[in-house]
Design a protein around this ligand. Structure first.
Ligand code: ATP
Ligand code: MG
Length: 374
């Protein structure tokens, strides 16, 4: 009978695939610290591409079952771990922020569709999965993130030998937060012009001590304007989500958004339909207050994925007002589960984009739409 050895264990682990990346775990260099101990004990780490991997449990079971086929194995110790691989790219001249692996933007064609709600829940859910996460509120006109994340502390300013004065972002629910809301006094409406906006976005990227982050989620202002362009010019953005409501029939706004993201080489990772339906306590029926399937139609027309359908739930609004995102406040509710699933899907897509290392202009093809179909 063949001796139980590291080689024989690696041999059977070669039969286990990462279902997304469609390669075996050994070739992907995901099996680390493999030790075959006396008495038939085998231990190793499986290093996935994200802590929020939706297939974590399946991959662990597949590994265990594969190793169990070897004669002489008495016990197996598997540690599920992760390393988020950074992505390069972006438009020419874009400079990655040291320490930040991925920048994920949350955008929309229109205002008031739930970008900030999606951004705070996405960031918090990713942090709950064990990722290191930052949240940049790039909505300089209406910065809602401090309220929605319940941040009361101001960012501290310290002197960094290399960068001069930098902001230390306050931490809330495990997420590092930076917002214009910290820097403006009272309810003064702001009048910003293009160059000023560029400078703010620049400072939020490079003059904030983000430290090491797997994901920096960016809550965008509505529409397509200077902030979106500045961000794309400054840093490589891994991808953006496009938030919509079911009735957002204004294809023109969305088409504009797609065109702009295509131009600035930001891949559209998918559509998030918010306020999809309302389920009342009385009858438990879904009521489609704002129409039905708008997000799905949109995703199909623009040849991208529908990543989530989020219902209208009073607790979501309450969570926002209280500064406790619903994923944390009521994690087991249907709506929180929808947000948590969304976070895992986004992490999965980001891993794929990072793994494929394709030219960003190619990735944009994923979200390339057919003008004829609109
Ligand atoms: N699924 C939901 N259920 C209930 N209320 C929601 C839901 N999504 C968002 N809201 C509420 O709708 C309002 C608008 O949402 P939000 O501020 O997230 O939109 P936005 O797109 O960021 O807006 P703006 O364009 O002004 O930045 C908020 O009061 C929020 O709490
Ligand atoms: Mg907002």
């Amino acid at each position: 009978m063949a001796q139980l050895s590291s080689d024989s264990v690696l041999g059977v682990l070669r039969t286990v695939q990462d279902p997304d990346l469609k390669q075996d775990l050994v070739s992907l260099n995901m099996i680390r610290d493999l030790v075959v101990h006396d008495e038939g004990m085998v231990s190793f780490r499986v290093v996935l591409t994200t802590p929020a991997c939706p297939l974590k449990a399946k991959i662990e079971t597949d590994c265990r079952n594969a190793v169990l086929t070897l004669p002489g194995v008495k016990s197996i110790e598997i540690k599920m771990d992760s390393e988020v691989k950074a992505r390069r790219g972006g438009v020419q001249g874009a400079q990655s922020i040291p320490g930040i692996s991925h920048i994920i933007a949350v955008s929309s064609g229109k205002g008031g569709v739930g970008k900030s709600t999606v951004a705070v829940n996405l960031a918090t859910a990713l942090a709950m999965e064990g990722a290191s996460v930052g949240l940049m509120d790039a909505d300089v006109y209406g910065p809602n993130v401090p309220t929605m994340m319940g941040v009361t502390d101001q960012p501290k300013i310290v002197n960094d030998p290399a960068r001069g004065e930098v902001f230390i972002p306050p931490l809330s629910h495990g997420v590092k937060v930076m917002s214009m809301g910290f820097l403006i006094q009272g309810d003064q409406p702001l009048v910003w012009r293009g160059p000023m906006l560029h400078s703010v976005v620049n400072q939020f990227c490079y003059k904030v001590d983000w430290g090491k982050l797997d994901y920096l989620v960016v809550d965008m202002p509505p529409g397509t304007g200077d902030v979106q362009l500045s961000l794309a010019q400054l840093v490589p953005v891994t991808g953006t989500l496009l938030v919509t409501t079911p009735q957002e029939v204004s294809m023109q706004d969305v088409r504009k958004a797609f065109h702009m993201f295509e131009k600035v080489r930001i891949p559209v990772m998918g559509v998030v339909e918010n306020m999809s339906y309302f389920k009342c306590d009385q009858c438990d029926h879904q009521h489609f207050l704002f129409g039905e399937k708008g997000g799905r139609t949109l995703a199909r027309k623009f040849n991208t994925e529908l990543l989530a359908e989020i219902p209208i739930v009073t607790q979501v609004r309450e969570g926002g007002d209280e500064g406790r995102p619903i994923v944390l406040r009521n994690p087991e509710t249907e709506v929180a589960v929808a947000f948590r699933d969304l976070a895992r899907k986004v992490a999965q897509q980001v891993s794929l984009l990072a793994h494929l290392e394709v030219d960003p202009s190619q990735i944009v093809q994923i979200g390339k739409f057919n003008e004829q179909s609109i």
